[in-house]
Design a protein around this ligand. Structure first.
Ligand code: 4EZ
Length: 228
């Protein structure tokens, strides 16, 4: 089976690239795709670049061109929930787009006709993450992740996203990857480690904790991969 692993930034997939051997690079759609074998699976690995558009392009490419049958996302996120601290892991049960807005026509935030406010991640991959967390004795939070094309560094915006979507963390790619995977019938999973709290200090915290948090997430994902 071909398994896709993606992140948005180089720092998010670097620890995973180091984990694999005999990696071949293929360029497509102005991006690099890293191919290798692992435990009798074909792996396709890439970072999309930041934001929903690049993430959708990469997810689609991994599925349609490289034949991915499952997609795992690893990266960092801003915390909304106060029980998430820097470095903590969160796995999305479902995701939404906090910046999708046709409320002028009476539709709810995050909704467009023929779409849905939330996209659900795969229950088997969720179960696998629970099992791995238990085995490693790591606490893994499950919750709602809100995605939008904004780096949120503002308490008001963060509180609005929390109240509107009941979101526990936020980032800039997850829901768009989910929408692509759902439409194309590919089970997906989004794992994030907290790099900041989406408040006034978010920019500084992000720069300080990007690498270590990205590594936390990547290492957990690698453990999951052993069991797929
Ligand atoms: C987007 N990613 C941030 C990319 C920032 C700067 C050069 C995750 C993320 C995030 N997204 C971490 N903290 C966030 C926040 N506070 N708001 C949005 O997926 C690139």
């Amino acid at each position: 089976m071909t398994i896709a692993i993606m992140g948005a930034m180089q720092e998010e997939i670097e620890p995973l690239l180091e984990f694999f051997t005999d990696v071949i690079i293929e360029e497509y759609g102005a991006n690099k795709y890293y191919k290798c074998r692992y435990n009798s699976h074909d792996i396709i690995l890439a970072y999309s670049k930041i934001g929903k558009v690049f993430a959708s392009l990469t997810a689609t490419t991994m599925i349609e061109k490289f034949g991915a049958k499952k997609l795992l996302f690893s990266g960092v996120a801003g915390a909304i929930s106060s029980d998430l601290k820097i470095g903590d892991l969160i796995v999305a049960t479902k995701l939404c787009q906090h910046d999708l807005d046709i409320t002028a026509f009476g539709h709810p935030s995050g909704y467009v006709p023929e779409g849905s406010i939330y996209v659900q991640s795969d229950s088997e991959l969720l179960k696998l993450s629970r099992d791995v967390a238990k085995e490693l004795g790591i606490s893994l939070k499950e919750g709602i992740i809100a995605t939008g094309d904004q780096f949120v560094a503002d308490r008001k915006r963060k509180e609005w996203i929390e109240s509107r979507f009941k979101a526990d963390a936020l980032e800039m790619e997850g829901a768009s990857v989910g929408v692509v995977c759902q439409a194309l019938g590919v089970p997906f999973f989004v794992l994030r480690a907290i790099s900041d709290s989406a408040d006034d200090d978010a920019g500084v915290d992000f720069d300080e904790f990007l690498k270590t948090s990205a590594k936390n997430s990547a290492e957990f994902l690698a453990k999951m991969l052993e069991k797929i």
